[in-house]
Design a protein around this ligand. Structure first.
Ligand code: NAD
Length: 487
């Protein structure tokens, strides 16, 4: 039998975290640092910071002829907007604090990019590499049943998504289980995002976080004031980048940054790193990893045994896109990058963040940088509850209008366009075009808004994370006040 508890509890106040500092302490430290600059009632600030509900469960699963008791969590950090939203992580390191920290980050992230959800997060304490596909399916379906039983999942309640160790396959199992139990709900598919396209997913979701990271970085490197301060020129052409993690976020980020003109000089994985000052061909490396199971011994770069030593290597932009707490008090003083772009959640601890700030390193915070995943998850949820693919109604109409316009221009000018030019001008937007366009607009808008806040206050005029928290907390505070809960 499963055991569970749903609690409404207050998160203890955080002292300035030192040493190896837990992830949750770092998130709360960042929150408290920003809250000082915001004029909202103390009780409201406390409510925004608190994790509203946590469901801890243990359930039995038959594994290789034995019964294994699996530990799992789902946290709903904030209900100021519903549903709550956030990924599900499969890792041996998962515990309640990690899930709460990630759920809190989701609340702040959604607010900073204007996605109308509260934050949530789930985790199962397993190493997925130790299980067969059948076993993973059994664990995932049983976890979903536990969430259904306690009303911790549903299109208007709490909507999970992929995170570290999970992907479209697991999301399809969750959707199928939910549909089986709630088959009269016409919106059942909206109970989870990150699904395969054939199962109600949206085109562009898999690459969304890496693509969003690219848009965020592109805004920064095209910002003349910022580049001048960091003593760099604008654009990607002279930017040397090192990426940690070659999973969903890291691979797509590296691919889009390379396509944008940057040079990917280093890639770090758990079993080693790669270095090539002239640049690593990201697609060729992807194929090499598919063929061999590892990025190491790739012919296009030198293999470095201690991969994480590359975090400290000379480069312009460092993109930690693997796990939390990778840049901490010991290695932070040796970081040579001028910018750190947080692809992962919480890759820089609070103490390290202060060290980097003092060194003049520009840190682009996770809550903004990796928000692309939740932005496109929001689009997927909208698609599921509206029951129509984006572009289905207007693509042909748009193409017809554009063709008539091109014909008119040709007639009036007496010039004719080539077939390729006509195709480019007349083409109507399909689902992926619209998703990518919505993502791009969101990332650009959020960058401008955070930078405006940062540059508007001398007390944190170089600290983008604090500015992002100020924006986020202010928006959540206004939302609570409009609900009439707080004066
Ligand atoms: P993933 O499982 O697809 O990839 C993670 C990669 O990191 C794997 O290739 C793994 O081998 C590697 N890795 C693990 N430990 C490492 C180490 N010590 N050094 C170097 N590499 C290591 O996971 P993901 O979805 O890419 O998520 C990565 C991070 O991004 C997580 O912090 C996650 O919470 C965050 N994130 C993911 C999304 C998303 O849409 N997937 C959205 C927002 C944030």
């Amino acid at each position: 039998m499963a055991s569970g508890s749903k609690s409404t509890k207050k998160v203890a106040a955080t002292a300035v975290p030192h040493g190896s500092q837990p992830f949750l302490a770092s998130v709360n430290y960042y929150f408290d640092k920003a809250a000082k600059y915001i004029d909202l009632p103390a009780g409201l600030i406390e409510q925004i910071r608190a994790c509203n509900s946590v469901y801890y469960m243990q359930f039995p699963v038959r594994i290789k002829g034995n019964v294994q008791v699996v530990q799992a969590w789902r946290a709903e950090h904030s209900h100021h907007k519903l549903p709550t939203k956030g990924g599900i992580r499969y890792a041996e390191t998962v515990d309640q604090e990690e899930v709460e920290a990630l759920a809190a980050l989701m609340t702040y992230k959604c607010a900073v990019v204007d996605v109308p959800f509260g934050g949530g997060k789930g985790g199962i304490k397993i190493n997925p590499k130790n299980y067969t596909v059948d076993e993973l399916e059994r664990i995932t379906r049983r976890y979903t049943v536990e969430l259904i039983k306690k009303n911790f999942i549903g299109p208007s309640v709490d909507v999970p998504a992929p995170d570290y160790g999970t992907g479209a396959r697991e999301m399809a199992w969750i959707a199928d289980t939910f549909q089986t139990f709630g088959n009269s709900d016409i919106n059942a598919l909206a109970c989870v995002t990150g699904k395969p396209v054939g199962q109600g997913g949206v085109r562009g979701r898999t690459a969304a976080t890496g693509r969003g990271l690219f848009f965020a970085t592109r805004e920064a490197v095209n910002d003349p004031t910022l580049m001048k301060r960091l003593k760099m020129t604008t654009g990607f052409s002279d930017k040397r980048i090192i990426v940690q993690g070659f999973g969903n976020v890291g691979y797509h980020a590296a691919k889009f940054l390379q396509e944008g003109g940057a040079t990917i000089i280093g890639i770090i994985e758990y079993d080693g790193g790669l270095l090539n000052p002239k640049g690593i061909d990201v697609e060729a490396l992807y194929k090499h990893r598919q063929a061999t199971g590892s990025i190491t011994n790739f012919a296009g770069a030198k293999t470095i045994k201690n991969g994480n030593s590359l975090l400290e290597h000379e480069c312009d932009i460092l993109v930690p896109a693997a796990l939390e707490s990778q840049i901490y008090k010991d290695n932070a003083p040796r970081i040579k990058a001028k910018m750190v772009v947080e692809g992962a959640n919480g890759p820089v601890t609070a103490v390290a963040d202060e060290i980097l700030l003092k060194k003049g390193v520009f840190v682009m915070p996770d809550m903004f940088v990796n928000a692309g995943g939740v932005v496109v998850s929001y689009f997927e949820w909208l698609k599921n509850i509206s029951h129509v693919r984006f572009g289905r109604l207007d693509k042909r109409f748009e193409e017809g209008s554009n063709t008539r316009l091109v014909n008119t221009i040709e007639r009036l000018t007496g010039q004719s366009l080539s077939t390729t030019e006509r195709g480019m001008l007349a083409r109507g937007a399909d689902e992926e075009d619209l998703v990518n366009s919505g993502l791009e607009d969101t990332m650009i808008g959020a960058y401008q808004s955070i930078m405006e806040t940062m540059r508007g206050d001398k007390r944190y005029s170089t600290d983008m994370r604090t500015a992002a928290f100020v924006n986020s907390i202010t928006k959540i505070g206004v939302s609570y006040q409009l609900l009439g809960i707080f004066p």
